[in-house]
Ligand binder design. Structure first.
Ligand code: CS2
Length: 495
């Protein structure tokens, strides 16, 4: 079905909702804010906002609406789109031949903090805000992978300490928001990290405390004693929105949406039940609360995210552009399965209520969903902060137990080859990473991995392992000399 006319997404649409689109039937004007979320991208809008929308739609809740915040200059487009659409947007779930669309109403306001930090501080200080949640990306926590410490050399961190009224990182915002509450005697909000880091709550806490200790030790002490930082595991594959998604929403549903989001049907959220100022009853809408999230986080990050990285870099070098193409390619299927089965599963252990064989099977099906046009380049973003969380810890653990590392090492070698910036045909590779300059400064000069391994803030002490270095050199040289396909064949032929 192709629509020739399309209706803009806005409040007016809700009065005359298209039949094939589910719209909020609750009164959005009656919603009050309870959550402030920093980092409203595709993932937040396909995941957390949907769970809240479910609570409003099916359980009559009115007091946990989201105030979205963007703190990066590149959030300008989201700011413009959402504010022009009364903060409404279309969420499409797609798989096989079916798709379903829904207008999400859980986001009540959106503040562009990059331009108006003061408005964000004031909102954070408002007692109605009981949770500040974050999707800051893996790199947003600015810590040194080798030491685990907050990186005080980071330009954003330095700015935030010197210019508290114009922060660039989550730390400047959280510190100012919490400081205002402390001074006003208001109960603090919970800080809920929704990023793919093992122990994301612990990381958020230790990095924020380190930052605040420099800013004002009394604030750090108050945070340490009063603020909770639950760990959580989040999951839903959500590609970046491009014109293809905008066109799909227009053609299939007759909706004109500047920033729709398309995601897979699967979603999962496991949270530690540790909130210092209350929480929405998310268990009513399928969220799992537990006292220990660590096993779930480890399973998801080391299997799903790691497989993504392993497919992304090598797949890109082999000429693929979408994850579903790689996950369907006959040469990649056994590689991804073997990486998970042989090199990662022995590290993951038992997960309460999860059958790992079924979990991995479902991952392979999810990766291969061809209606989800997840870009290899989305996966290849920010390797300098993703690999240290998804891949390198498994290599370290395997080295310790003298276990297999070749398939994981192939991912590291592929990333290093990718960082050379020219593909096998000599075409430019678009590298997006805050550390791009530093990394490519090395990879454009030499193919020797040792120079990169010296960056201990990324690699920790992996460069000291002779076994790993030898393996990496072998695979990286092969990638340069023989190409991705041949190297993959070699890795899969070795027993
Ligand atoms: C991806 C994740 O960024 C990545 O490298 O692995 O964004 C992944 O799609 C999500 O974590 C899925 O929950």
């Amino acid at each position: 079905m192709t629509n020739t006319t399309s209706t803009p997404v806005s409040k007016a649409l809700l009065k005359n909702a298209p039949k094939n689109v589910t719209c909020p039937t609750y009164d959005r004007d009656k919603l009050t804010h309870g959550i402030l979320h920093i980092g409203v991208g595709g993932f937040h809008r396909s995941h957390q906002a949907l769970y809240l929308d479910d609570l409003f739609q099916s359980h009559g809740l009115t007091d946990w609406a989201i105030c979205g915040v963007g703190i990066m200059p590149q959030d300008a487009a989201m700011n413009e789109a959402l504010n022009a659409q009364d903060c409404l947007y279309t969420l499409v779930e797609r798989s096989g031949k079916t798709s379903s669309a829904r207008i999400i109403g859980a986001l009540k306001t959106y503040i562009f903090g990059y331009e108006n930090p003061e408005v964000v501080f004031a909102k954070m200080a408002d007692p109605s805000i009981k949770i500040v949640s974050l999707t800051a990306t893996e790199g947003g926590y600015c810590f040194n992978q080798g030491t685990g410490e907050l990186d005080f050399d980071n330009k954003g961190i330095q700015n935030d300490l010197q210019n508290p009224s114009r922060p660039q990182t989550i730390f400047g915002y959280l510190a100012e928001g919490l400081e205002r509450r402390r001074k006003a005697g208001v109960t603090p909000f919970t800080v809920l990290s929704c990023d793919n880091l093992q122990g994301n709550g612990h990381v958020a806490k230790s990095t924020l405390l380190a930052f605040c200790n420099k800013r004002n030790p009394a604030l750090a002490k108050w945070i340490d004693e009063n603020v909770s930082f639950p760990n959580c595991m989040v999951d839903r594959i959500t590609p970046a929105t491009t014109d293809a998604e905008r066109d799909f929403v227009r053609e299939t549903y007759g909706l004109e949406d500047a920033f729709p989001v398309v995601a897979e049907p699967f979603k999962q959220w496991v949270i530690e039940d540790n909130f210092c100022n209350g929480r929405p009853p998310l268990e009513k809408v399928g969220v799992q609360f537990t006292s220990d999230v660590a096993p779930y986080e480890k399973m998801k990050i080391r299997l799903l995210n790691a497989s993504h990285s392993a497919m992304g870099y090598l797949g890109y070098l082999c000429g693929y552009r979408y994850i579903y193409e790689i996950a369907q390619a006959p040469e990649f299927i056994p590689y991804v399965k073997a990486l998970m089965d042989e090199e990662v599963t022995p590290l993951v252990g038992e997960i309460p209520g999860v059958n790992l064989t079924d979990y991995k099977k479902s991952l392979m099906e999810r990766f291969a969903n061809e209606t989800i046009k997840d870009q290899a380049l989305r996966i290849c973003l920010d390797g300098s902060s993703k690999l240290p969380k998804f891949i390198l810890p498994s290599i370290s653990e395997q080295l310790e137990r003298k276990g297999p590392i070749r398939k994981l090492t192939l991912c590291v070698a592929s990333w290093m080859r990718f960082l050379n910036g020219k593909d096998e045909e000599g075409n430019e590779i678009p590298i997006q990473d805050p550390q791009a300059e530093r990394l490519t400064g090395v990879t454009k000069k030499t193919r020797d991995p040792k120079a990169l391994l010296e960056m201990t803030d990324i690699f920790g002490d992996l460069g000291k392992s002779e076994r790993f270095v030898k393996e990496l050199e072998l695979l990286l040289n092969m990638l340069y000399d023989k190409g991705g396909q041949e190297t993959l064949k070699f890795v899969m032929s070795e027993k």
